[in-house]
Write a protein that binds this ligand. Sequence first.
Ligand SMILES: O=C(O)CCC(=O)C(=O)O
Length: 263
Amino acid sequence: MHLDDHQLAEYEEQGYLFFPGLLDRDEVAALQQAVPEILDRQGPEVIREKGDSTAARLAFGAHVYSEPFRRLSLLPRLVEPVRQLLEDDVYLHQSRMNPKQGFGSGASWEWHQDYSAWHVVDGMAEPRCVMATVFVDDCTAAKSPLLVIPGSHRDGFLDSVQLHQDADGYSLYHVDRDTFERLAEENGIEALVGPAGSVCLCHSIVVHGSANNVSPWRRAIMYLIYNAVSNACTNGDRPWFQNNRDFAPLETIDDGALRELST
Ligand SMILES: O=C(O)CCC(=O)C(=O)O
């Protein structure tokens, strides 16, 4: 998939591009079938919700241990436009699934820029990194969609407050209240809604967050974090599933390879 000049200008302006239904039904089915096994995994790569230890909050690294997600991460449909946006070869710095379980278990996310932790903790020099946000489930207004502030990347990397650092090394920084209010007043807030298989390519300093999912339905999103090879991280303190140290440029696979897995 090649981005045209209009799309490149839109990314520059609003900090993200949204592609409804970029993956077809068979591809979505292959991903959805793999989700329960990923969330049941017992290991440090799966972090549980504070208010419900039975519910996974984040599953890191599924592109390594789940074949459908490995294939997803290497599809030309994702990797080629990301290379184009970053004007470089790319490697996968991190992947994480946020299943956002229903009945309130899927808790909120404070307003933040993802780049904060990668810069401060992992030593990523520049925000030359794209979050490919893949909707594994339908994301509707009722399921606490991902909320973004369009154009907030144009304010650059913001001073952030560290919200917490878990014993397992997971860090979250949040944007201070005054800055958040100003950005929201200036740019508004958009909800990313669309059917399963939709994809958003998002700049790593776009401010985003989400509310508790009080619907009865899961709302899983897979975040694939592609970094420019020339921007590889310099610190190696965090484990492989948070800070991948293999900087070899990704080689794409056949664009139909994920679809082949659907049964
Ligand atoms: O999927 C969500 O609700 C938000 C997740 C998020 O902001 C993140 O993982 O950085």
